[in-house]
Design a protein around this ligand. Structure first.
Ligand SMILES: [Zn+2]
Length: 387
């Protein structure tokens, strides 16, 4: 804690440097270079960039492996008129660091660099290998970077701490999500004689109203909350504006609570459209990383949660208690994180602790309190020490 306080300005200025470099998903090259430089300055034992472009800093060479993860990509600025300052200013004033990514989530990245520096300075000598990962493409396809790290880099930690913003809380789960589309095939006819055709817009519209009803009866989990579904896009096609539409497609944003899976969610939609000429499918993601590497996965991001009494959470509770003299608020994220693959796919325990507010993520006038950066840096170092 004392070192984290000493490094208060250092952490804030590292974050400021990261914020000043625009790094939308797939465009993380420059910020990755900067992070490599920061980790080297912090005297990490080794810093590499993998094939997908993830920055991987290592401290120690022990038998047990734990990792800290912070994604280095951000979403776009959005409507610039909604910002009261330059989104890439990286200003440090009034106890905050300002700019796109300050909260989501370059703050967590800056804090973990400081944590590494603290561990080195204190001569961390436990039987651990600790990876500090600046991951890519999270905003485009959460978890893909960790699929790559586990399957291609061959790094499989026993647990992972996500540094996404938690507003001072210790998080242990989130709802999963998936992107589903339904395509409807109609038959066109002249608009003057609709009875000869089969209107795909009517078919899709019936499905949309059924989805609205479905949302009301989705299951509830005491900790994670309710599953949900909403329509986010409706596209239709027709040979002319004087014709019956022969094509329609709807896009569903589905959030999955505990017990819901890809299979169960697809089945529900299939049963809603069973009387129509319709096809339900889960979309795939496949884009080229800034390194040129093409890598993808299905857009299914499984639900995950870990019990309060599991070792990964309990280490966090102990570390927090030791630093701040009180138990942490234990909670969950509303949004999605890389733990969808880490925990949801690979079953590796994950917990979250990160500077900044979740509500600041993707919002205009994004900022993070410097005090949060200090606390997070101390927490990550303490977590490694008490794991
Ligand atoms: Zn994020």
């Amino acid at each position: 804690m004392e070192l984290a306080l000493n490094y208060r300005d250092y952490t804030a200025s590292n974050l400021s440097e990261l914020v000043k470099i625009k790094s939308s998903s797939l465009g993380e090259k420059e910020v990755a270079k900067k992070l490599v430089e920061q980790m080297k300055t912090a005297r990490f034992d080794e810093v590499t960039i993998d094939g997908l472009g993830n920055v991987i800093g290592r401290i120690g060479r022990g038998r047990r492996i734990i990792a800290f993860d912070g994604h280095i990509d951000t979403v776009e600025v959005g409507n610039a008129a909604n910002w009261s300052f330059d989104p890439f200013c990286g200003d440090i004033r009034d106890g905050y660091v300002y700019g796109r990514g300050a909260a989501d989530q370059k703050g967590g990245v800056a804090s973990m660099v400081t944590a590494g520096r603290i561990l080195k300075e204190l001569g961390f000598d436990r039987d651990f290998t600790i990876y500090f990962v600046g991951s890519v493409m999270e905003e485009d396809c959460d978890g893909l970077c960790w699929k790559y790290i586990i399957e291609e880099d061959g790094i499989r930690p026993e647990r992972v701490v996500s540094t996404e913003p938690t507003d001072g809380g210790l998080y242990r789960g989130q709802r999963g999500r998936m992107e589903i589309e339904v395509e409807f095939k109609g038959v066109s006819s002249h608009g003057s004689a609709p009875e000869r055709g089969k209107n795909a817009i009517y078919m899709a519209s019936r499905a949309c109203l059924a989805v609205e009803q479905l949302n009301k009866r989705l299951p509830l989990d005491d900790f994670l909350g309710k599953g949900s579904v909403t329509l986010s896009q409706f596209v239709s096609g027709s040979p002319s504006l004087c014709a019956v539409a022969d094509y329609a497609r709807i896009h569903l944003d589905r959030r999955l609570t505990w017990g819901e899976t890809k299979e169960s969610a697809v089945k529900e939609i299939e049963s809603l459209v069973k009387d129509e000429d319709a096809k339900v499918f889960v979309l795939n993601y496949e884009e080229a990383a800034y390194t040129g590497k093409r890598y993808g996965m299905e857009k299914y991001y499984p639900t995950w949660k870990w019990p309060e009494d599991c070792a990964a959470v309990q280490t966090g509770v102990r570390a927090y208690q030791a630093l701040f003299g009180k138990p942490p608020r234990i909670g969950k994220w509303t949004f999605s994180t890389n733990a969808v693959t880490i925990s949801g796919v690979y079953g590796i325990p994950a917990v979250g602790f990160g500077p900044g507010q979740e509500a600041m993520a993707h919002a205009p006038d994004e900022k993070t309190p410097v005090e949060d950066l200090v606390n997070a840096a101390a927490f990550y170092a303490m977590y490694a020490w008490t794991a």
